[in-house]
Design a binder for this molecule. Structure first.
Ligand SMILES: C[S@@+](CC[C@H](N)C(=O)[O-])C[C@H]1O[C@@H](n2cnc3c(N)ncnc32)[C@H](O)[C@@H]1O
Length: 218
């Protein structure tokens, strides 16, 4: 059992579910970059971990030069590792890795509205459905109209939680572009487009509450 979120990332080395999820997330990021009109592409990643999904995609992507991104992550060791990757890829002028609280609107000021919003490993760490609704509602601050939103949601105890996420997303004005289950069958990965308006100021400063713990991560 991982004791913290840094250790949780070691599971990427051994767990097929996480490896397959990462592959699909990178595929969706590449798709979103390819589908973006010419010119600048703004990206934010909420609870970014070490940023391996975005950074691993930009490494070989022809639109990397158009990207400006802000990744927000609370674990300083993960941020340090992500920053080292950014340096290594020569992307330091374009990509900021903030060591801070991703649930607070202030940490996105200056980086939004974004064209691509990455919320991977977040929905399963919200206490209840009301919290998911709150986060989706607050995406109106982070997202441009038409923004791509990439998300994941694990299943457990035979409950296909991603079905409910998809229902809530479509009821909240998000259009599904793609959805896949990992080959392991227990992790959903979705790509939606935000069809609402952008709000220049957040409805509330606290966008959501992240209540998950690494030993029980879903
Ligand atoms: C399940 S992991 C997902 C990491 C990454 N998005 C991925 O998919 O590999 C959840 C991450 O959220 C981070 N986290 C938890 N609470 C946070 C907060 N309030 N602000 C920023 N990051 C947070 C953890 O440190 C952890 O890296």
């Amino acid at each position: 059992m991982p004791k913290d979120w840094y250790e949780w990332h070691d599971l990427y080395n051994t767990e097929p579910k996480l490896q397959q999820r990462l592959e699909i997330v990178r595929e969706y990021i590449a798709y979103s970059l390819n589908a973006s009109p010419d010119g600048a592409i703004r990206i934010v990643s909420v609870c970014a971990g070490d940023g391996r999904d975005l950074l691993g995609t930009l490494k070989n992507h022809p639109r990397a030069k158009d990207v400006s991104a802000r990744l927000v992550e609370i674990n300083s060791n993960l941020v340090e590792r992500g920053r080292a990757t950014i340096e290594f890829l020569g992307l330091a002028k374009q990509i900021e890795f903030i060591n801070g609280d991703a649930t607070l609107a202030t940490n996105y000021v200056g980086a939004v509205p974004a064209d691509i919003v990455i919320v991977c490993g977040v929905f399963g760490n919200l206490a209840q459905e009301a919290e998911l609704n709150r986060l989706l509602d607050n995406l109106s601050f982070l997202s441009k109209p038409g923004a791509f939103v990439i998300w994941t949601r694990g299943h457990s105890n035979g409950i296909t939680y991603s079905d409910n996420v998809r229902k809530i997303l479509s009821a909240s004005g998000f259009e599904e572009v793609n959805f896949k289950l990992t080959a392991t069958g227990d992790m959903g990965v979705g790509l939606h487009r935000y069809r609402g308006e952008n709000l220049a100021a957040p409805k509330e400063q606290q966008l959501f509450v992240f209540s998950g713990i690494p030993s029980k991560a879903r």
